[in-house]
Design a binder for this molecule. Structure first.
Ligand SMILES: Cc1cc2nc3c(=O)[nH]c(=O)nc-3n(C[C@H](O)[C@H](O)[C@H](O)COP(=O)(O)OP(=O)(O)OC[C@H]3O[C@@H](n4cnc5c(N)ncnc54)[C@H](O)[C@@H]3O)c2cc1C
Length: 403
């Protein structure tokens, strides 16, 4: 169990050394609300507090939502985490570098992509960190300076020119200068604040995926990822020294109508796609069948025409989910929070200009990452048919794959 009080205070001391005085632009203690306490929400709350806002974070879950595959930390994400003063805590928890092996039916290796190693040169610095460790680090950085309320969500938003009045799930109402929707792919804030436009922003990538973190090390060595594809179906394993990520993805041409609470139906869909396949798939299906504790969803992105409306803005997956295919969801959320902070600081007191700058600065990166994930990422990681698979294997044999 993490002693968050002690760790939080220590991190705060470290942070004070890192934050330059111009980052402490005083926003006169205006009250702001952040919905969602994951990477986007915790990082946004950190920066809003630094800028002098009075920050409340609400999270619908009873505690931080844990689980999931590790997060890549590189490039601009390292800059933001360094400015937050938490990069040393991240480095201390970094996972060993991992290689990615492309496998055949009989477990022979088609190709290997070696991991980029830690920090031989600063510009190549790259880490992987367990999702939960990064959540703990960000939470420790804010929990003693920000009001965090679990088990709460927004039920109504009145987005007026002068302020936003919010009604919560416990029926309380409060008024805020700004509201930040950091509540993920299926953002509640997006749905409530953006009216009709927000209903059509989910961009399907043409597939579904299952993922489970299993407490086994029997399927592959530690610090290795392995991927096995046949037309329209991919099986992926990430090995660690104490657990394994087990993932199965299948391609579809149309959306499937299913009940997200019906685990048996989801299992059936996965079995229909994967029964009879070789490699380590039978063992992976046994893990699927073991219990209901797994993640299953459509592979999708969020592509919005604009990330803010009035005094409400979206950060992270809520506004621009890049999908698990991009492998950059966590990084993008942290970069988004850092970009928002810079924009608010440079446009102190003018949220319209700040939200505009936030979007102008970040959109080219988001567009690029989304496009690469939807095209190259999908065809390389989840080839849809025999032609795409053959092309992927040709790229692998030439050693020119660059994900
Ligand atoms: C439990 C979990 C496991 C994940 N596993 C993976 C994975 O294995 N691979 C992968 O690529 N990505 C995974 N993701 C998504 C990944 O974390 C995001 O792509 C990325 O971190 C972007 O972060 P975010 O903060 O924008 O969104 P998220 O990390 O999705 O966080 C959104 C937060 O908002 C909260 N929230 C949702 N609705 C409300 C509401 N109505 N009111 C208040 N709070 C709300 C959620 O509980 C969550 O804490 C996972 C997300 C979660 C929550």
């Amino acid at each position: 169990m993490v002693d968050r009080t002690i760790e939080g205070k220590r991190l705060r001391d470290v942070m004070a050394e890192h934050v330059s005085t111009d980052e402490r632009t005083d926003q006169s203690g205006a009250a702001v609300l952040v919905s969602g306490a994951s990477f986007a929400g915790l990082a946004t709350a950190y920066w809003l507090n630094e800028l002098g806002y009075r920050v409340t974070v609400i999270e619908t879950a009873r505690e931080l939502r844990r689980g999931g595959t590790p997060v890549d930390v590189e490039g601009q994400t390292i800059d933001v985490l360094t400015r937050m003063g938490v990069i040393d805590a991240v480095r201390a928890k970094a996972l060993p570098p991992r290689s990615l092996e492309f496998k055949n039916d009989d477990d022979t290796t088609l190709a290997v992509m070696s991991a980029q190693q830690g920090a031989d040169e600063p510009r190549n610095e790259q880490y992987e960190i367990h999702r939960d460790d990064l959540l703990d680090i960000l939470f420790a950085a804010i929990h003693d300076v920000v009001d965090i309320r679990f088990g709460l969500s927004i039920t109504h938003l009145e987005n007026r020119p002068d302020a936003v009045t919010v009604t919560f799930s416990d029926d309380r109402r409060d008024t805020y200068a700004l509201v930040f929707g950091c509540d993920g792919n299926r953002s509640n804030t997006r749905r409530l604040a953006f009216d009709g436009t927000a209903q059509n922003v989910v961009y399907p990538l043409g597939g579904y995926f299952f993922i489970k973190v299993a407490p086994t090390t029997a399927l592959l060595p530690a610090n290795v990822s392995q991927i096995y594809s046949v037309a329209g179906r991919t099986a992926l394993l990430n090995g660690y020294d104490d657990q394994t990520d087990v993932a199965l993805a299948f391609r579809t041409t149309a959306e499937i109508d299913y009940d997200y609470r019906d685990r048996a139906a989801q299992r059936r869909m996965i079995h229909e796609s994967f029964d009879g396949l070789g490699w380590k798939v039978p063992a992976m299906l046994d893990i699927l069948d073991a219990d209901d504790d797994f993640y299953f969803d459509m592979l999708n992105q969020v592509r919005m025409p604009t990330w803010s409306t009035g005094r409400v803005a979206l950060v992270g997956d809520a506004g621009y989910c890049v999908s698990p295919v991009a492998g950059m969801g966590g990084s993008m959320a942290i970069i988004g929070a850092g970009t928002m902070a810079d924009a608010l600081r440079r446009n102190a007191g003018d949220h319209v200009a700040a939200f505009d700058e936030y979007e102008r600065t970040l959109r080219p990166l988001v567009d690029d990452v989304q496009e690469r994930a939807a095209t190259l990422g999908m065809s390389m990681m989840f080839p849809s048919d025999d032609d795409e698979l053959a092309e992927r294997n040709r790229t692998l044999s030439e050693g020119t794959l660059n994900l």
